[in-house]
Ligand binder design. Structure first.
Ligand SMILES: Nc1ncnc2c1ncn2[C@@H]1O[C@H](COP(=O)(O)OP(=O)(O)O)[C@@H](O)[C@H]1O
Ligand SMILES: [Mg+2]
Length: 285
């Protein structure tokens, strides 16, 4: 988006001066959880592809070392929202965003922010495990370090990250074998290890378990619990039980808007908005 500072200021003042929705729609305003020290702050985010705006005035904050789940029907903008958080969205030709995105209080779209460095701080794991197919297990984990020009043999980092990703015991005797020989669930944990190797602060996970069987899914969910001790995690899932199991807070999006954002327990037991209620009880989506 590369907004000039002046426009950013305007966007920020717009988002604070104006409710997210027009007057007369008060009950439709998303309920927000109690404020806490935030790792990520999003204010009045719009995102578009060409003429089509797919994220509309979304405001959210994510406390450090917590898990936020983003739920909502297919096409409602979950992936786009995630991709705004590490500036991948702007890599799509014709795509852009406006509003305010802060990481530790620093404007992600500030002029002096290098998007490549930012993506090291804000790592991403995708729906389909995507290990580098020609590389060994070891080299997959070391790849990010090498790309960033970090010298050394990386053995320590590779072991640490494979342990953190709960994969070490399964692969320690075959580190030089091709990553493609692993099962889908192992490949996904390998991709998580690869993301951890560059020491990110935030992990974005876009339906990280939707291509996995139930046992592999449970492993990834356990892993999320452990990673939360060190990282701030934003996970997109359309598995409602998964959102309820892994997250502290849940955001429900619909047609590009944030309908409701609250503590996960409340979203799943006493949602404030009827559309949230309908969605979590399977009445649409
Ligand atoms: N590369 C793209 N070009 C144009 N439109 C896109 C592109 N990617 C996604 N969209 C549109 O943006 C909207 C939100 O998509 P997405 O963020 O992928 O939703 P979700 O992850 O919730 O399924 C959808 O209407 C989708 O069709
Ligand atoms: Mg998606």
């Amino acid at each position: 988006m590369n907004l000039p500072a002046q426009e950013l200021e305007q966007a920020a003042s717009r988002s604070s001066a104006r409710p997210a929705h027009g007057p007369g729609e008060r009950q439709e305003e998303p309920r927000m959880p109690a404020a806490t020290a935030a790792k990520i702050v999003v204010q009045g985010l719009d995102a578009w592809f060409g003429a089509s705006t797919v994220i509309k005035k979304v405001s959210i904050d994510v406390p450090e070392k917590s898990v936020m789940a983003v739920i909502g029907p297919s096409g409602c903008g979950k992936s786009t929202f995630l991709r705004c958080l590490n500036r991948m969205h702007e890599l799509t030709p014709g795509a852009g965003a406006s509003g305010r995105l802060l990481l530790d209080g620093e404007d992600l779209y500030g002029r002096d922010v290098d998007p490549v460095r930012l993506r090291r701080r804000v790592g991403m794991v995708f729906q389909r495990p995507n290990p580098f197919p020609t590389m060994s297990i070891f080299d997959n984990v070391a790849a990010g370090l090498r790309l960033n020009g970090v010298a050394g043999d990386h053995a320590e980092v590779v072991e640490r990250c494979l342990r953190q990703a709960a994969l070490w015991d399964e692969v320690k005797d075959r580190l030089r074998e091709a990553a493609t020989g692993l099962s889908g669930g192992q490949q996904q944990r390998l991709c998580i290890a690869r993301a951890l190797a560059v020491e990110p602060e935030v992990l974005l996970m876009d339906e990280p378990a939707s291509a996995l069987d139930p046992i592999a899914t449970a492993k990834v969910e356990d892993l999320i619990h452990e990673l939360k001790e060190r990282y701030t995690i934003v996970i997109v899932t359309h598995n409602m039980q998964q959102a309820a199991r892994v997250s502290d807070r849940t955001a429900f999006m619909y047609l590009g808007e944030l309908v409701e954002f609250d503590e996960t327990d409340r979203i799943f037991t006493a949602p404030a908005n009827r559309r949230t209620q309908d969605y979590i009880t399977g009445r649409f989506g």
